[in-house]
Design a protein around this ligand. Structure first.
Ligand code: PCA
Length: 208
């Protein structure tokens, strides 16, 4: 049995909800194993999100860490491939911090790659009828910082990565693309269920 740490984020940028936390909570309600699922909602703040993650990792020693967040404006689920060592915040975080062109970890490598089976997960989510893509940039805000931090904080044999979600139907501002709550929760559940599968090496055409 593996220990899987699954996180979403609090609301930010004036929104009342964050669909990533809603999806994570919905997955936890239904989850009956075979693994142990630990869930958390992270603050949308550079410093405290990283602190919280490090504490969760120290406490639970997860074999798998799946972090999720909102990519408002996106129409698909994005399985991130890479976290970069850069904080460049368009808006202040929920603690009022707005780092500009600052490394996530001074002296750290420029980037760290997700160790989730990214292409496989994209195929699995897409095959369930939920639009999914892999992504080569998680941006330079708190989500990227969390991805970069988590990849440096887990045990070397652990699997970790990040999934960006679109707005859910209930939370989307009027003009934004969205998927249903059920689709978002289903996509996150598929990532939980398939995180330990082997990566595919088949060429994937347009979805990668
Ligand atoms: N999305 C933001 C931070 C929190 C969230 O849900 C991001 O993409 O960085």
């Amino acid at each position: 049995m593996a220990v899987i740490l699954l996180t979403g984020f609090e609301p930010f940028d004036g929104a009342e909800r964050n669909p990533s936390a809603d999806a994570v909570n919905a997955v936890a309600v239904d989850y009956e194993g075979p693994h142990e699922l630990v869930i958390a909602t992270l603050p949308v703040a550079f410093e405290s999100s990283a602190q919280r993650l490090r504490a969760l990792i120290a406490r639970h020693a997860p074999d798998v860490v799946i972090c999720t967040g909102l990519a408002g404006g996106s129409a698909h689920v994005a399985v991130e491939r890479i976290g970069v060592n850069l904080m460049d915040a368009r808006i202040p975080d929920n603690d009022g911090a707005q780092p500009i062109d600052v490394p996530s970890e001074a002296g750290g490598p420029e980037a760290r790659f997700s160790t989730l089976p990214v292409k496989h997960l994209v195929q699995v989510i897409d095959a369930a009828g939920i639009p999914a893509r892999s992504s080569l940039s998680a941006g330079s805000y708190v989500c990227n910082h969390v991805l970069y931090t988590v990849l440096g904080a887990v045990r070397p044999d652990a699997v970790a990565g990040f999934v960006h979600l679109p707005w859910s139907t209930a939370t989307a501002p009027s003009v934004s693309p969205h998927l249903s709550e059920e689709q978002l929760a289903r996509a996150v559940r598929l990532v939980v269920d398939h995180a330990l599968d082997a990566e595919t090496k088949e060429p994937g055409g347009s979805i990668w």
